[in-house]
Ligand binder design. Structure first.
Ligand SMILES: NC(=O)c1ccc[n+]([C@@H]2O[C@H](COP(=O)([O-])OP(=O)(O)OC[C@H]3O[C@@H](n4cnc5c(N)ncnc54)[C@H](O)[C@@H]3O)[C@@H](O)[C@H]2O)c1
Length: 253
């Protein structure tokens, strides 16, 4: 049986660890050739090596997604290597918390530069290439449920992720005529290096119908659907993969 991503070329940013790594492995395991891009060279190389050893085809590069020239070079590398680009997964992101009244320009700019500017740079570079090819494509943004709700200490992170959600909608509108579908996955608390302990904190658990961390592979499964041809009539949407956190109202009584 043909695999969903046979013949497709994908870029996954932040592919060296956590959710990005799981997405890269998932796309490769279904036939995509994957450029694993990450700020940190070694984890990106490790993901690509794991894919090449038993799963499929991948290369790696180091990139700072907050730097447009580096993002353009990343896209060019995928196209120079495999001749095309079909799937862009903009996953690279950072988080930091600081109370609003004390939040510094430095923190605000650092988080916005990576998360929001980076997603814009990657999306625009990928979309320009896809338009040039004339065969459509899929762009997936990794947002967060912090972009759907406010959260204490999350002014910068939440604003960056809310910005990504609106960017997703606008890109979906403008790129539909090119058959480029743009969607976001918004993870809830997911077990990566960014999260501590075996269970999410009580503040999350108390309003989560599914009372555990998500696993990176569970987010990757959603991203893979959004990257596939099976996702053919859905664009501009945010898929909350969060154990029910964003839909929970009264939980007891
Ligand atoms: N883990 C969670 O609970 C959770 C929840 C909601 C959303 N998210 C989002 O999912 C995405 C991945 O998170 P994760 O938990 O896997 O994080 P992680 O820290 O485990 O992995 C993120 C990867 O992105 C890379 N990265 C950071 N800045 C970069 C930059 N400027 N350019 C290129 N690469 C960069 C890091 O080196 C790292 O390998 C992020 O966008 C994050 O905001 C995570």
């Amino acid at each position: 049986m043909a695999s969903r991503f046979d013949g497709k070329v994908a870029i996954v940013t932040g592919g060296g660890r956590g959710i990005g790594r799981a997405v890269a492995v998932r796309l490769a395991s279904e036939g995509a050739k994957v450029l694993v891009a990450d700020l940190d060279k070694c984890p990106a190389q490790e993901t690509a090596a794991e894919i090449c050893s038993s799963i499929g085809e991948a290369i790696s590069t180091s990139v700072n997604v907050g730097d447009r020239a580096q993002v353009d070079a990343m896209c060019a590398l995928a196209v120079d290597t495999w001749g095309r680009l079909d799937i862009q997964v903009s996953n690279a992101g950072i988080t930091d918390r600081e109370p609003f009244l004390e939040m510094t320009n430095t923190l605000w700019e650092r988080v916005l530069q990576t998360n929001l500017f980076g997603t814009f740079y990657c999306g625009q570079a990928a979309a320009r290439q896809m338009v040039k090819q004339g065969e459509g494509g899929r762009i997936i943004h990794v947002a967060s449920n912090s972009g759907v709700f406010g959260g204490r200490g999350r002014a910068a992170y939440g604003a960056s992720k809310a910005g990504i959600i609106n960017l997703t909608q606008t890109m979906a509108i403008e790129l539909a005529e090119h058959n480029i579908l743009v969607n976001a996955v918004a993870p809830g608390a997911t077990k990566t290096r960014a999260t501590k302990g075996d269970l999410p904190p009580d503040t999350v658990l108390d309003r989560s119908p599914i009372k555990r961390y998500g696993q990176p592979e569970e987010i990757a499964a959603v991203a893979a659907f959004l990257a596939s041809d099976e996702c053919s009539f859905t664009t501009g949407h945010v898929y909350c993969a969060d154990g029910g956190f964003t839909v929970a109202g009264v939980m007891e009584g």
